[in-house]
Design a protein around this ligand. Structure first.
Ligand code: TYD
Length: 146
């Protein structure tokens, strides 16, 4: 039986403070699937060497949840549920932003040397992307992918 994806808003996307193990030789943070994040982690990717002034993201996912972490440097994430927009600055390696399905996201204002770590609930599937903002608005108007 197909399970329906709930319709999430920007209020369902939140900052998660990760465990931070202090050590004189360096710190360590941990993310465990279904514990620190409310999903199984099925894929990890990272974005780096973003040229100054460039943007990433600019899409929504129909079913995928993810945690976005700035493991180095900083950048801004703008979340949009079709009604409300919210900008979050990510600049701490022990803070993760949980982004739920059906939320348009844009990443910009990358600092030099910024590294974006993404932990995702699904394997890569281009069919899960909505890459056009008008299509996204339409998707939200129709009540999401459920
Ligand atoms: P995309 O998700 O559009 O990047 P961003 O949202 O960070 O701007 O992905 C960029 C390209 O990389 C696109 O051609 C798809 C490819 N890609 C994969 O092949 N596998 C992956 O897991 C991801 C995230 C992207």
């Amino acid at each position: 039986m197909k399970t329906c994806t709930p319709i999430y808003g920007v209020d369902d996307c939140r900052l998660i403070t990760l465990d931070k193990h202090h050590h004189p030789n360096g710190n360590l943070s941990v993310v465990e699937g279904n514990a620190d994040v409310p999903f199984d982690i099925r894929r990890v990717y990272y974005i780096y060497d973003v040229p100054g002034g460039e943007d990433r993201g600019g899409h929504a996912h129909k079913n995928l949840s993810q945690l976005i972490v700035s493991v180095s440097g900083s950048f801004d994430v703008t979340l949009d549920d079709g009604k409300e927009r919210r900008k979050i600055v990510l600049n701490r390696p022990y803070m993760g932003l949980l982004v739920r399905p059906g939320i348009w996201r844009e990443l910009n204002n990358f600092s030099s040397g910024a590294v974006t770590l993404v932990l995702a609930s699904e394997l890569f599937d281009e069919e899960d992307y909505i890459r056009n903002y008008a299509d996204f608005k339409d998707f939200r108007k129709k009540g999401g992918g459920g």
